[in-house]
Design a protein around this ligand. Sequence first.
Ligand code: 2AM
Length: 176
Amino acid sequence: MSSSRRLFFALTLPDALQQQVIRWRAEAFAPEVGRPVAAANLHLTLAFLGDVSAQKESALKKLAARISQPGFSMVLDDLGHWPRPGVVWLGTRRAPRGLLQLAELLRSQAARSGCYQNPMPFHPHITLLRSATQPVAVPPATPGWNFSANEFALYQSVFENGRTRYQMLEQWSLAH
Ligand code: 2AM
């Protein structure tokens, strides 16, 4: 059995918000635009770690547990399409400082632990559709959902039976 796992730190969307987003998505995008991400898989990635050994995973969890910063809120009012990865995403026009700080800290801890970090600037987003490689008519606006982040989590990406599932391994509270 391999002892390395494909991991990432992310913010979890509350169940109610997941449901609101997928109901809206079904109206906003025709089925041929792309493959919808399952409601339970909707998340905002803070730091992608790639394949991580058990030892490195344990070290990264200890560092995550020491993070002390307040929670934050954002309005999910931005939408976009990246044709090359084929991603239609939901984001925010005004990323809160707390979000940027948390991502920056997790990404620098990951880099120092030897996890390759994409040099592109962090662009917080929630992937809504995949395999969207053709031009997409992106709706001009979203309902502008409010998303409050009171915790962050470490996830494992599991590929089984032809599907990707994100399994939460551990979650840490952001101070109130
Ligand atoms: P995406 O949704 O934009 O594809 C699990 O795969 C999560 O990690 C997804 O949010 C995915 O972003 C992100 N991810 C996958 N590979 C990545 C990489 N090489 N760099 C940054 N994020 C990545």
